[in-house]
Design a protein around this ligand. Sequence first.
Ligand code: UDP
Ligand code: MN
Length: 269
Amino acid sequence: MGGFAWVTLATNDSYSLGALVLAHSLKQVGSKHQLAVLVTPGVTNPMRAKLATVFDLVQEVNILDSKDESNLRLLKRPELGVTFTKLHCWRLTQFDKCVFLDADTLVLQNCDELFEREELSAAPDVGWPDCFNSGVFVFRPSNETYDKLVQFAVEKGSFDGGDQGLLNLYFSDWATKDISKHLPFIYNLCSTACYSYLPAFKQFGADAKIIHFIGSSKPWLQYFNTETRKVQPTPDVKHLEAILQQWWNIFCLLIHPTLTPDMTGLAGA
Ligand code: UDP
Ligand code: MN
């Protein structure tokens, strides 16, 4: 394939709904790059078929079936399993450069310029700004980096039990070395920032390019009124109602009509 790709990850059918909406959002903003999704065995075959209608590549990743040395090392640390799944993105060596996006992100404006950045570029985390948030990051696929990351994971673990803790330890000079690797916050506007610094959200929120619904209030778990076709967000994400509505508009228009009856219960209420 070559070239550049957006990459996301889904380990089950509900995160796959996020991945589907994300992919449509990338198409709506006219991205010219390819779309890839990593899936684990928890994603059903009908859902994989849906993913394949929007993604150029649906790549199964399964640590237990793999026989290579890095995976075997990792099997000694089963608690790192979920973390490890995201690391598989480094194995997509058919692409020259990629941007990883969590399945709970939504692209609001074209951001193809992200591919001009180098590994590892990411935006600051809201909780600890000397760490980057691992929901959006630019990386260069490489089996060598993948092996090093796995080895690092086995030896050092992750201070938060997730991929973000691991990646921040591995790319530990991110905070200080090269400001060009600091993405502006509008490329990973975390949903909690809106109330933790409301004046800044009011001033700059309209410039957001990628919104990231961190925490437990995922868009697909919000109550959606099928008669009014309006989302009714929980209080913690009420300030994001307009953007959640955008997520649901994509879902209703482009995804829901194509789902089989057993899939429609995965989102909303
Ligand atoms: N993920 C997944 N299944 C899970 C949990 C996470 O596929 O059960 C993937 C998905 O791409 C998700 C990412 O891992 O967006 C990171 O998890 P999440 O977004 O829930 O973490 P947060 O951003 O809230 O810290
Ligand atoms: Mn996320």
